[in-house]
Design a protein around this ligand. Sequence first.
Ligand code: PMP
Length: 301
Amino acid sequence: MNPGQLIFLNGAFVPKEAAVVSVYDHGLLYGDGVFEGIRAYDGNVFRLKPHIDRLYDSAKAILLEIPYSPAEMEEIVLETLRKNRLHSAYIRIVVSRGAGDLGLDPARCPRANVIVIAESLALYPKELYERGIRLVTVSTRRNRSDVLSPAIKSLNYLNNILAKLEAKNAGADEGLMLNADGYVTEATGENIFIVKHGALITPPPYVGILKGITRQAVMEIAAEDGIPVREDVLTLHDVYTADEVFLTGTAAEIVPVVAVDGRTIGDGRPGAMTLRLLEAFRRLAVTDGTKISPAVEDRVG
Ligand code: PMP
C-alpha cells in the first residue's frame, strides 16, 4: 500500500520486507505483549500522550519492560510518520515480550521487541456512517477483569475475535459483548454509547472495558457542548430502548448503530446527536494533537 514503507523495529527503520521478528517471539507463541492503535489527522497525532500512557500502563500490568521512556516512544511515533512522509495515518505500536525459548515464562525473553508501523489510513466506507451498522449480542462474554483485564490492551485478542466471528456468522456488522453478570460492556473493538432523553450514557470501566481514548474525547466534547453525559451500567433493555446508539474507536471514530438484535434503534437511521458528535469529533481531531513536524519557525530559528 505504501511503497518504500519503513517500519521502526528495535531502534532502526527498516523496509517493510525486512521488518521481521523471530518465530520464537512470545507475542506470537503466547499472545504475550501489548499494543496501541493511534491516528494522525492532517499532521497532528490525536491524543498521542494518552495513547502512550495507556501503552505503558498495559505493559506495567503484565510486567513488561519497554526499553524506551514514554517521551522517547512519542518521538519514535513522530519519527516513523516523518520517515514515511505521512500526515494522515494509522499508527500501530506493538511491544511483545520478545524472543525466548519455548515455555510460558517471560524470564526466557531477555528483551522486548518494539515495532511501530505507520500506514496511510484505510478509511471505513462513507456509507457505513450514512446508513449505520447492525449489532448482535454475542454469547462470548467479555473477559472478566480478574481473568484478563479488558483494560490491558494486550496481544491476546481472542476474546474479541471470537465475538467478532460470532457476529459476522450471524450476519451482523459488529458484536455487542456482555460481562459475566449480563451487563453491556463494549463492541469487539469499540466502546458503546447510548443516547436517552438527550443524555449520553456509556458503561463505566468497572464492568470490564478498554478505556477508549475516543470514548474519553466524546465525553469531553459532550460536556463542553452542554450535553449531559455519564457513566452508568447498561442492560440490553437500555440499549434496545435507546433513542440513539453509537460506537467509538480510533479507526472507526463514531459509528451510528441502527439496529441491535433485530430491534430498530430510533427511526432506523443515524441519530441527530450521533452525527453532531461525529462532526465535532472530526473538527477536534484535525486541530487537537501533537504536530508531526516541528513548526517551520522552529526549524529556521
Ligand atoms: N474497546 C476495544 C476492545 C478496543 O480494541 C478499542 C480500540 N482500541 C476500543 C474499545 C476503542 O478504544 P480507542 O478509542 O482508544 O481506540
